[in-house]
Design a protein. Structure first.
Lengths: 194, 73
């Protein structure tokens, strides 16, 4: 994330401005960038949100599935947070397994959600020791312009707030099949005229 | 909310350039009561006690402002 070098000119400029209480983009020192939130951005996920913090752009999807609890916490659900820093978002991001900066980011977001107790993990238990809900928070960074910690946290919180569980896995699969059938039909119908 | 420190100055919500030249970074997570739920300090620089207090106060204020946006939009 911070491997790229900032030129001496830029450094001097940013510091000189900041010492008079100003910033390059016109903000005050204690002023965050404009935040915009679009909840339920991905209709096929249980919950989702797209958050833009200035030019930083993040998409979060929540996926729920049923699985086994960890042996040391048999009565609580499982929360799993992951961050994808795709090369499209920044020239410094590379494809491949998550690097330390992505891991730290995912852990900071995860800890904020866990420690705020905004998700009642006990209520995600279906049958103790056997069946619990597993909550996947998948964070995709679409455009990187600084401060992913906040953008990702806001997006994850917002996506969780929009999350609704599906009636049953089988039904939702059928619904998805129907949805994709509709899209391919409409693509066919617009095909000849386009 | 994240604050970056460049030399002796604190910058809330750092942009890409500000983040790249930061000496230290502190993320404070607050709940709807303004209570601290998590904190993460990064990079090799350091914060004074007064600076940490100031960052926490700003995080509480920013948290109050953005919370409605996250819950209904």
């Amino acid at each position: 994330m911070s491997e790229e070098i900032v030129s001496e000119l830029m450094r001097a400029h940013v510091y000189r401005l900041a010492s008079t209480g100003q910033r390059v983009d016109g903000r005050r020192l204690d002023e965050p960038r404009k935040l915009s939130v679009a909840r339920m951005f991905v209709k096929t996920a249980e919950g989702s949100a797209r958050v833009q913090l200035g030019n930083t752009d993040v998409l979060v999807g929540i996926k729920m599935s049923v699985g086994e609890p960890y042996p040391d916490t048999p009565n609580t659900g499982v929360l799993s947070t992951s961050v994808e820093l795709i090369p499209m978002a920044s020239p410094t991001f590379e494809a491949g397994p998550p690097r330390p900066d992505a891991i730290e980011l995912a852990r900071v977001v995860d800890r904020g959600i866990r420690e705020s107790k905004m998700v009642n993990m006990e209520k995600l238990c279906i049958t103790p020791k056997e069946k619990v809900w597993i909550l996947f928070i998948d964070i995709h960074v679409l455009d990187f312009d600084g401060n992913l910690f906040d953008a990702c946290s806001y997006a994850a919180v917002s996506a969780l707030a929009s999350t609704r569980s599906r009636p049953s896995p089988r039904r939702s699969r059928r619904r998805r099949a129907r949805a994709s059938a509709t899209t391919s039909r409409s693509r066919w119908s617009t095909g000849p005229s386009a | 909310m994240t604050t970056a420190k460049i030399k002796d100055l604190l910058l809330v919500d750092p942009s890409l350039d500000e983040e790249r030249m930061a000496d230290a970074r502190l993320t404070v997570t607050t709940d709807e009561n303004g209570d601290i739920r998590a904190m993460q300090k990064g990079l090799s620089g350091s914060f004074t006690y007064e600076e940490v207090k100031r960052i926490i106060e700003t995080a509480q204020r920013v948290g109050r402002d953005i919370r409605p946006l996250l819950q209904s939009s």
